[in-house]
Design a protein around this ligand. Structure first.
Ligand code: TYM
Length: 341
C-alpha cells in the first residue's frame, strides 16, 4: 500500500473516473475490459471509481438486493486489487451532487442524442415486454454528470461505453459553449485487448451481467469446476481449425483465443503454433486453466473481505469525503454559471 493517500487536490497526475453498476455478480468481461486496467494503472492516475447505484435502479427494483449488491461489489473491487489508498472508491448515491448535475445534463440533452444511444436501443428492445423505465433513456445524462463532476481527463471503460463517453464530451462542449468554460473534456480510455469479451454461448454478443442464462459468462465468483464446465460448453464451430479470425461464424473460437491471449500475454503467432494440430477440447482446457488461475485468488480474497463489514464501511466513508470535496466544487461553479447562485 502506498504511504500517501491519493488526494483530490494532487495536481501532478491526470485524473480518471469510471463506474460500475451493482446490478449482479461481476464477470470476466467487467474484469478484463475495465477493472484490471483500473488496477494496472492505479499508480499513474488520480483515480475515482464509483459504484453506480442510481444507474442500477434502471434494472434492480428490490431494496434488499441492491443493498447486498452494493456491499458485494465493493468487496469484489478490493479483491481485484483496487487500493483505497491510491483510489477514491465511493457510492454514487452518497453524493447528491450526481443527481443534481444529472438533472442539469438531462435538460441540456437533445432528445435525439439520447434516443440514438445503442445501449438504450438494445436494452429497450430486450425489456420491451416488461416495460421500459424512462431512466434507461436519460441514463447517459447521469453518466455524463458522474464524469464531469470530477473534471476527469480520462474515462477507462470497455468498448460498450464508448458512445456514452462521446455523448459526455458533446454535452460538456455544449455546456461550455452556452455558459462559459466550465468542464474538462474527457477522453475515452479503451484498451484494445479485452475491450469486448464475448458471450460463451452466443459469441456474437458481449458477455453481459443482465443475460438471464449465466452459462454465457464467467462470473468472478464461479468455482474452478463451474468455470471448466462453462468453457467446455462454449460455442465453437465445425471447422476444427484453431486460428484468430473476425468471421462471425468463427466468433466462438476467436473469443477463446482472445481470452487465452490476454491472460497469457502471448503473441497470436505463438498461440496459433501452440495449438496447431490440436482440437477444440485442448484449446478449451488451456483457456479454462488460465481463467481459473485468475479467478480463484480473486474469489478467495472476496470471501475473506466480505466478512469484514467495518473495513468496507470505512473505505466507503473515506471515499465519500474525498469524492465530495471535488464534486461540490464543480457543482458550485456550474450553479453559478447557470444562474442559480
Ligand atoms: P457496467 O456496470 O455495465 O460495466 C462496468 C465496466 O465493464 C465493462 N464491460 C465489459 N468490458 C469488456 N467486455 C464485456 N463483455 C464487458 N461488459 C462490461 C464496461 O464497458 C464498463 O467499463 N454505464 C456504466 C456505469 C457507469 C459509468 C459511469 C462508467 C455509470 N457512470 C461513469 C464510466 C463513467 C455501466 O453500465 O457499466
Amino acid at each position: 500500500m502506498s504511504e500517501n493517500p491519493a488526494s483530490p487536490t494532487t495536481p501532478s497526475k491526470p485524473r480518471v473516473l469510471s463506474g460500475i453498476q451493482p446490478s449482479g455478480i461481476l464477470h470476466l468481461g467487467n474484469y478484463l475490459g475495465a477493472i484490471s486496467n483500473w488496477v494496472a494503472d492505479q499508480a499513474h492516475y488520480e483515480n475515482f471509481f464509483m459504484i453506480a447505484d442510481y444507474h442500477a435502479l434502471t434494472s434492480v427494483s428490490d431494496g434488499a438486493e441492491l443493498r447486498k449488491n452494493r456491499r458485494e461489489i465493493v468487496a469484489m473491487l478490493l479483491a481485484c486489487g483496487i487500493d483505497p489508498q491510491q483510489s477514491v472508491l465511493f457510492y454514487q448515491s452518497q453524493l447528491p451532487e450526481h443527481t443534481e448535475l444529472g438533472w442539469i445534463m438531462t435538460c441540456l440533452s437533445p432528445l435525439g442524442w439520447l434516443e440514438r444511444m445503442t445501449q438504450y436501443k438494445d436494452k429497450s428492445a430486450k425489456y420491451a415486454q416488461e416495460g421500459i423505465s424512462t431512466g434507461l433513456l436519460t441514463y447517459p445524462a447521469l453518466q455524463a454528470a458522474d464524469i464531469l463532476l470530477y473534471q476527469a481527463q480520462g474515462v477507462p471503460v470497455g468498448e460498450d461505453q464508448r458512445q456514452h463517453v462521446e455523448l459526455t464530451r458533446d454535452l460538456a462542449q455544449r455546456f461550455n459553449h452556452l455558459f462559459g468554460e466550465t468542464f474538462t473534456i474527457p477522453q475515452v480510455f479503451i484498451r484494445k485487448e479485452g475491450a469486448k469479451v464475448m458471450s460463451l454461448t452466443e459469441p456474437v454478443r458481449k458477455m453481459s451481467k443482465s443475460d438471464k442464462e449465466s452459462d454465457g459468462r464467467i462470473e468472478l465468483l464461479d468455482s474452478a469446476d463451474v468455470i471448466r464446465r462453462k468453457i467446455r460448453r462454449a460455442q465453437t464451430d465445425s471447422l476444427r481449425e484453431i486460428c484468430f479470425s473476425d468471421d462471425p461464424e468463427r466468433a466462438g473460437v476467436n473469443n477463446l483465443l482472445e481470452l487465452y491471449k490476454i491472460l497469457t500475454h502471448k503473441e497470436p503467432a505463438t498461440i496459433t503454433a501452440e495449438f496447431e494440430g490440436k482440437g477444440y477440447g485442448e484449446l478449451k482446457d488451456a483457456v479454462a486453466d488460465v481463467v481459473v488461475a485468475v479467478v480463484n485468488p480473486i474469489r478467495e480474497e472476496y470471501h475473506r473481505l466480505l466478512t469484514d463489514r467495518a473495513h468496507i464501511e470505512q473505505v466507503m466513508a473515506g471515499g465519500k469525503e474525498r469524492a465530495q470535496a471535488v464534486a461540490r466544487k464543480t457543482l458550485g461553479k456550474v450553479k453559478k454559471r447557470i444562474g442559480m447562485v
